[in-house]
Write a protein that binds this ligand. Sequence first.
Ligand SMILES: [Zn+2]
Length: 214
Amino acid sequence: MADYKPHSKFSSPFFQVFTPLLVFFIHLSLFADESKLNVKQNKILKDTFSYLETIEPKRIKIDKSTYNRHSQFESFFKFPFSGKKLSRWIQTRIKKYSFGSTGDYVAMYQEGEVLLGRGFFSLNRLDRVLVLLHEARHADGKNYRHVVCPDDFPYLNTRDWKIHPAGKKGCDSVPDGGYGITASFIFELGAYGYLNQTEAAYRYNSEISRVIRD
Ligand SMILES: [Zn+2]
């Protein structure tokens, strides 16, 4: 804006230089070396939501008593299983995406913003949905912060065996945290035939292994 108040101290040359720098450094402290998503990355993100929105419940492919025993989606999300509703659920929680280095993680959530690492963009569309769903749960506050996985945590990281969850903040102590809700989503994918039972069970078990009881 060109229309400064003539006597505002913020119009002094010092503040004109300093304020943008300050804003820059405050931003830096949230996520180091982040940048906006490029066109290709934006398209991958958009495709992820488009894919999710094609998933709707049709006919249940497993027996009803098994479904009733394990289905937790509706009790966690407070709406019946629906990819479109889930897409909205994510989008009300994550307001901004950026790209940058995420260390041992594929993505990181902070204050309404998700930082996506390089690895995110080479995942398949289902894994990208799982990552976004997981990160969106972090928007719901400190109840959903991770706890430290036990030192003797025996399970492998499904994406990268060099990452050892034992002793790291990569577990949940609540059933409906980031890992519990992704498990509940995967269960529905198996129940409605979007994944075969072997793949659904492997994926479900992988997520649920991170839900530990104190
Ligand atoms: Zn998390």
